[in-house]
Design a protein around this ligand. Structure first.
Ligand code: BGC
Length: 881
């Protein structure tokens, strides 16, 4: 079978609309039945029309035959791309023998509105005064006619607040919570929709509903009206007629507005919808809006108006309830069987004015009532008022909840499972990882990690989805990003989030704890929080770790270039505010939520300072700043020395603090001279053993705990911790029925029940950062920083513990990697799948081994034999030791 091109993408998206990069990057995957296959050359054709592309005329760009293996992030180098332009493209490649593939299937992308002048509309909305909360959502509408047949219609829209657009009575797109969360003071994203099929020649109507969202709703525990008080939007419908002429419908003073059935909507409070207030046909032509008033006009926006780079928030799954139970109070308790994020869609029929109330919670109290203490100020309550007609489905528009259970009061008639649909809602990052073992408990743990990600990746990576917080905590994000990148394609999600982090960087260079900054920096200055430091080790370092990880996992160099100066500022800031290269012992979160093991803040912060300096040195080399590469490599060495000098007792080998985390960080960040690393590993082992083979690490230590053990000859102990199911451990929550990762090791314990209600989320992903170890070590699929994005991959499975098999798949930008091992009769059978145009180095323990004929043996590394392989599917067999 000749080599074949598939899955072509632009900026990591399939046929994206409204991008604004003038040098978009093309990627494709390759397929071949032949082993060791790769690309040796490519040719990209881009055309301004489908017909031209069919004729193989690349009037926009014809790259010609380029001798290159590059098949990921190939930069467009054609004619200047213009606003609204649709570009069709295809690619062909040559394989290792110089044989050409056919052309890929046609793909396309369209450009957004690149210049401010091209936005012809005005910002319109509802002008509000004062800081009022829970206001009715305003509805806006306009009728218009199109007097010629339409060839294409593109809708561009954004808002301060959240918007939903309707065209001729139909909702536009499947996206929720558009335009997403950014620091609206600095930037706002717009979305592009192809609405050709929603329009027709003649009379048309367009409608918009606005919610408060992050802009003027309650955000976190800090603020309402964080960015403003009045919701507004900017919209432009560009129509191209069959005859080649164009026209636009835009948001302006000709729109009318009114309040409608959504009496209020707030992320934390919930939504109240009174169906009696519905306007039938409000977004249809011919609707009489005589009683509606003119929309309010707003000033032009001075910040950055950019195309949304990340995947939209959508409903990604619909679930049936696992159980419905009637309570003595006449209410129903619905159990979804899974702690999830989104909302319930509910069917009801009843007399006008009947009020159905749904309260959402993650857990139940021992008496079977909802456990809501951990929600703090978030009511998570949706209310529907019926209008007394035939049955109807209800769901909220501008809110979401974190819940497994819901209590439903006031439901008319008997509530049946068929009348409830659980809508799972998150940023639609495509699934890329699968992981399974012989142990159902580990499989559930892995499932919980994925659910934790689904529950919290909603426009930004949030800490939790239920209580009055839901903020983009940077520490949580950085510790989890590598796990997240195995599970799903989060490249664009983090490209966007890194902008949020950069937008929230302080003038001093300090990267934030929370991004987008929703007033947290100001909040911290208040009296009772004045003790808090402006920077936080392990939180601020996200500003370096996140771009680095996106580079490593996706081969995206642009993110490093874009944020190079911001990263430099952070490391320079750390240097300038250190004493003798040690970070001060100032108040920060430390190894947050560790168990009886407080890691000294200065040790932790100095370790992270070293790590940021090291990564920044590597990053400098990658983007061509060789001078800085050397300067910051030297800085790393000097911080190491200071660390050893300041914190290592050379008599005993004890590092200041003597917690599991100090050794984990010292080992994983390579802060110790070679001779001291084994001493630290032994001390770490002893600490774990004397703790009953249990961990004590918090958010920061936990991410590197098992990697540090496996890397330092303690792989068996890593498995012991993985299998541990007494408190504190990963499987403790699994044993007690958890379906997501808990915020705390002690969120609920047998002895004491629920803990610390103020800080007790049952859907936080940070402690789920062990997912990285499952892929990198248990399955052994690991990125090679020298050929990032899995162009070359290290396959080094670590068998161990009670596992008799592990099966992992990971869909990289090049295609699917697979590592599968099974132990039979003392023999490990390892199957490895390597995508076309990549190579792998497979590590096999020394000893007897059967290896595939294609494998080329490399120089040994330690005790391991190493084999180089090209693409294909291979089997190894070796003794299990
Ligand atoms: C959040 C955490 C966050 C932390 C900072 C908490 O309230 O839920 O996940 O990282 O604050 O310590």
């Amino acid at each position: 079978m000749p080599i074949e091109v598939k899955d072509s993408r632009v900026e990591n998206m399939v046929n994206p609309l409204g991008i604004d990069s003038l040098q978009p990057r093309f990627s494709w995957k390759l397929d071949s039945g032949e082993s060791g296959q790769k690309q040796t050359a490519y040719r990209v054709l881009a055309a301004s029309s489908r017909e031209r592309l069919e004729r193989e005329t690349g009037d926009m760009w014809d790259s010609g035959k380029v001798e290159s293996e590059q098949s990921v992030h190939v930069e467009y180098q054609g004619k200047r791309l213009e606003s609204g332009q649709v570009c069709y493209w295809m690619v062909m490649v040559w394989d290792k023998a110089g044989n050409a593939s056919g052309w890929s299937g046609e793909a396309y992308f369209s450009m957004g509105l690149l210049e401010r002048e091209q936005w012809k509309g005005r910002w319109i909305g509802e002008r509000r005064t004062g800081e009022r909360h829970l206001m009715p959502c305003p509805y806006f509408r306009k009728s218009f006619s199109l007097n010629k047949p339409v060839r294409r219609a593109m809708l561009y829209a954004t808002a301060f607040g959240l918007y939903e657009t309707h065209l001729n009575g139909r909702r536009v797109g499947e996206q929720y919570f558009a335009p997403g969360w950014t620091d609206y003071h600095t930037r706002v994203h717009y979305q592009t929709y192809d609405v050709t099929r929603l329009l027709g020649e003649g009379d048309n109507a367009i409608g918009v509903v606005l919610g408060s969202g992050w802009y003027c709703g309650q955000v976190g525990m800090m603020n309402r009206n964080t960015y403003g008080v009045s919701p507004s939007f900017l919209l432009q419908l560009n129509v191209e007629y069959e005859d080649g002429t164009c026209g636009s419908v835009v948001s302006d003073e000709s729109w009318t507005m009114n309040s409608g059935p959504i009496e209020y909507a707030c992320f934390l409070e919930g939504e109240r919808y009174d169906a009696r207030l519905e306007w039938d046909g409000w977004a249809l032509p011919g609707f009489n809006d005589g009683g509606w008033r003119k929309a309010d006009l707003f000033e032009p926006y001075e910040g950055k108006l950019e195309a949304m780079p990340e995947p939209p928030v959508t409903v990604t799954e619909k679930m049936m309830p696992a159980d419905i139970r009637r309570t003595g109070r006449g209410t129903y308790i619905v159990d979804m069987g899974q702690n999830m994020v989104g909302w319930l869609r509910i069917r009801a029929e009843g007399p006008a004015g009947s009020e159905i109330t749904i309260v959402h919670a993650e857990m139940l109290n021992p008496d079977g009532t909802l456990y809501t203490d951990n929600l703090r100020l978030a009511a998570q309550r949706d209310i529907y008022v019926l209008k007394g007609e035939e049955e109807n489905w209800f769901e909220p528009h501008f809110t979401f909840h974190g819940f497994r259970y819901a209590e439903i009061a006031g439901y008319p008639g008997e509530l049946k499972a068929e009348s409830i649909i659980g809508c799972v809602v998150h940023s639609a990052t495509p699934r890329t990882g699968r992981f399974e073992t012989s142990d159902p408990m580990i499989n559930r743990l892995y499932g919980n990690i994925v659910w934790g990600q689904r529950g919290n990746f909603l426009s930004v990576p949030t800490d939790c989805p239920q209580r009055d917080e839901r903020l983009g905590w940077t520490g949580d994000a950085q510790i989890f990003i590598r796990t997240a990148s195995y599970n799903m394609d989060v490249s664009n999600f983090f490209v966007k989030y890194m902008k949020d982090i950069a937008d929230a960087q302080q003038p001093s260079g300090a990267f934030p704890d929370v991004a987008p900054d929703a007033g947290w920096v100001e909040f911290k200055k208040r009296d009772h929080l004045k003790w808090m430091a402006p920077d936080n080790a392990g939180w601020g370092d996200a500003g370096v770790i996140i771009p680095w990880t996106v580079y490593l996992m996706y081969g995206d160099q642009r993110i490093l270039e874009t944020h190079y100066e911001a990263m430099k500022k952070w490391v320079d800031y750390l240097l300038a505010t250190s004493k003798g290269l040690l970070r001060p012992d100032h108040a920060n979160y430390g190894d947050w939520l560790s168990i009886n093991a407080d890691t000294p803040k200065d040790v932790l912060a100095t370790a992270y300072f070293a790590y940021s300096a090291l990564l920044f040195s590597r990053i400098s080399g990658i983007v061509g700043h060789t001078e800085n590469e050397a300067i910051y490599a030297d800085l790393f060495e000097r911080i190491k020395q200071a660390f050893v000098q300041g914190y290592l007792d050379r008599q005993s080998g004890i590092i200041k603090g003597d917690t599991q985390t100090v050794y984990v960080l010292a080992l994983y960040f390579r802060l110790l001279p070679d001779e001291w690393a084994p001493v630290a590993a032994r001390r770490l082992e002893a600490l774990i053993q004397s703790n009953g083979n249990r961990l004590s690490t918090g958010f920061l230590g936990v991410g590197y705990l098992l990697p540090a053990l496996s890397e330092n000859g303690l792989n068996d102990l890593a498995y012991t911790l993985l299998h541990q199911d007494t408190f504190p451990s990963w499987l403790y929550s699994v044993k007690h029925g958890a379906t997501t990762i808990w915020e705390r090791w002690d969120g609920w314990t047998e002895e004491r029940g629920f803990q610390d209600a103020g800080m007790n989320s049952f859907n936080h992903y940070s402690l789920g950062s062990v997912g990285e170890w499952l892929f990198r070590y248990a399955a052994g699929i690991d990125a090679d920083p020298r050929q990032p994005g899995f162009k070359h991959t290290l396959i080094r499975p670590r068998t161990g513990g009670r596992l008799t098999f592990v099966r992992a798949e990971f869909e990289s930008a090049y295609g699917t990697w697979e590592s599968r091992w099974e132990i039979r009769n003392g023999v490990v059978e390892l199957t490895v799948r390597v995508p076309v145009n990549t190579t792998a180095t497979v590590y096999v323990p020394s000893g007897k081994a059967e290896v595939p004929a294609e494998a080329v043996e490399l120089v040994r590394e330690g005790n391991d034999r190493r084999f180089l392989l090209g693409s294909g599917c291979y089997s190894f067999r070796y003794e299990w030791i």
